[in-house]
Design a protein around this ligand. Structure first.
Ligand code: ZN
Length: 167
């Protein structure tokens, strides 16, 4: 079947991944996916224009969701760096808050996930598939234990760096 409404100068390309890597916020998948589409990796279902946790539909189209794609590519959208003496002496409590925040956000939004939690020089780094989850984690820490919370957003890379520090 031929596409009839292709504007001149626009060439449909098969290699979606290459295009996606060049476009800002590429992992949002602005292109149209048939509905329902199922992510073969995590089982999230794309329906009514967004990824949701739904019953898998037999015979549905398959496409890796943006969160799984980021995980595969090791390409986080959010970074939360946690530092300070309080953080190192209360690591379990902080991890509890971090995991709760993820569970809370992910229950509604399959694309909001923690990618990794790693000890780094001077603190702990949490990486996420979504900037709103990174922000939510920072705010949850701040709500629970005050400290200093800072955000640095890079719109060009659609990247959010959050820092939470408490001595
Ligand atoms: Zn997925």
């Amino acid at each position: 079947m031929k596409t009839t409404h292709v504007p001149s100068g626009f060439h449909p390309v098969q290699h979606e991944r290459i295009i996606e890597e060049l476009v800002h916020d590429s992992y949002k998948l602005r292109g149209k996916l048939p509905e329902p589409t199922v992510c073969p990796s995590c089982g999230a279902v794309f329906r009514q224009g967004r990824w949701q946790w739904l019953e898998t539909v037999p015979g549905a189209n398959e496409h890796v969701c943006p969160a799984c794609l980021r995980i595969q590519d090791h390409f986080p959208a959010g970074y939360v760096f946690i530092s300070g003496g309080f953080a190192s002496s209360h690591q379990n409590e902080l991890l509890q808050i971090i995991h709760n925040e993820e569970a809370h956000q992910k229950a509604e939004h399959p694309l909001k996930r923690i990618m990794a939690i790693k000890s780094e020089e001077g603190g702990v780094l949490v990486t996420t598939t979504d900037i709103h989850l990174a922000r939510g984690i920072g705010e949850a820490l701040h709500r629970a234990y005050q400290g200093t919370l800072t955000f640095h957003y890079n719109p060009e890379q659609f990247l959010l760096r959050v820092r939470w520090d408490r001595d």
